[in-house]
Design a protein around this ligand. Sequence first.
Ligand code: GDP
Ligand code: MG
Length: 551
Amino acid sequence: FPVDKIRNFSIIAHIDHGKSTLADRLLEMTGAIAKTDKNKQVLDKLQVERERGITVKAQTASLFYSHHGQQYLLNLIDTPGIQAQTVANFYLAFEAQLAIIPVINKIDLRNADPERVESQIEKVFDIPREECIRISAKLGTNVETVLKAVVDRIPPPLACPNDPFKALVFDSSFDHYRGVVTNVALFGGQVKKGDRIVSAHHSKTYEVNELGLLRPDEHPTQRLYAGQVGYIIAGMKDVKEAQIGDTLHLQDQPVEALPGFKPAKAMVFAGMYPMDQSEYPGLRSAIERLTLNDSSVTVQRDSSLALGAGWRLGFLGLLHMEVFNQRLEQEHNASVIVTAPTVPYKAILSSAKLIKEHGSEEITIVNPAQFPDRGVVSEYLEPVVLGTILTPDSYTGKIMSLCLSRRAVQKNMVYIDDQRVMMKYLFPLNEIVVDFYDQLKSLSSGYASFDYENAGYQTAELIKMDILLNGNPVEELATVVHRNRAYSTGKSMCERLKDTIPRQMFEIAYGGDITRKMKLLKKQAEGKKKMRLIGRSSLASKNSLSDLPAE
Ligand code: GDP
Ligand code: MG
């Protein structure tokens, strides 16, 4: 395929706005899949994707399409919605000077108002309304116009057929039988079965066993050419060998590595433990297999007194964490205990001794147990995000008080038409990781939408709050909180614990009859034993802990 007949594109939109449905129509219209009324989010293959109706794993599909009497190869990447950073993604695409085709979906809905949406697009994104395409992905209305626009408005990829083979790894997955399957975009040259290729990141050499197009199923071909998007299987045993953003080239034709892209950073951390320590090995292999296919999850071993050996995992966001958890249970039959989510805080050390020990003056705290002792820190920092809320104006009052209660600072508020308001707030990330989205949805009857992007760190007065049970601090209940929130957070945690954990014996200074003291001690020992169990089972019921306010 000549490069000038190739187009690469992806669909960026909020969760639920119809990306996967539009992808279905595009697949049908180009003959990639048969037209039936059973095509529902074909690219969403995972059980969790089908159940929740969200795309977890981005899928790629190469489509053949005739336009102007010519054959075109259109490479579609259905983006995962779990980051939900639609606005941020728009600006990324805009800054990269990518062509943007505004598509307004669901025009078949009775209350659809494309006129108004076009005005909003003009106002918020500065895109002329004439460029908007109104469609119904569900009914297929006007979807052909989208295909034509892809050909007419998107430039061909910058790929050089005469250069040496050069490919960007943009995704990878693990297949039990064939090893790592890399998804690649070719920027130069060509590659065929039997070629010896090198990953620039590891400088390891592999032999190409199989390659082909994704249509959307794997479609083996003889070769892949510059401008194409496809898959390569080359005997990699571990996805760590196929770093996303890595460059592949031929062994005897080294090239300069492509700039790659910034790996997404974990922003929400939680402890994960097996229900029972005997399940540790099984859970370990389940976590390993899942992270093979999702390199954005970070994994560190961790242990806790009550819960035993486990891990501290880092996720891109809350939904990402929930989905990971659900996949562990559904696809790997693992039952897990998840602790309340936390965010990565930072501390700037003031003690010269500690700075030397640590090798830098800044430490990252992803676990309350890492919280430094008093007196060695000059400043604490917490991650902040810039949140965008779109809402009918009748809910602005309620939303403003919700944001205020979450320590958010308003940055901007504009009417995007006569009824809808766009508000921007700077939120401490920890204030939105638990139940913010649910509250926003419920107080706006489901009408407000929320989107956020990372916005760095800000100074914060943080403290570690311990909860004592029978006079002993319980590490699993320790949380990092903002000083102003310590009292209310501590109070509500205690109230919940009071209901969860039955009354306990507590030690009292005692003088008097020794037999009575022995009796009491025996009772106390039983009580403690029971409490360990109870403490465990209360931690074990997943909701009880994540219901607790986050630190
Ligand atoms: P995604 O999260 O952006 O991938 O959205 P989906 O494609 O999964 O669609 C979300 C929901 O909206 C599904 O229930 C679809 O059936 C529905 N939907 C998608 N497109 C349309 C449309 O054009 N009209 C209507 N009425 N519903 C649609
Ligand atoms: Mg989807």
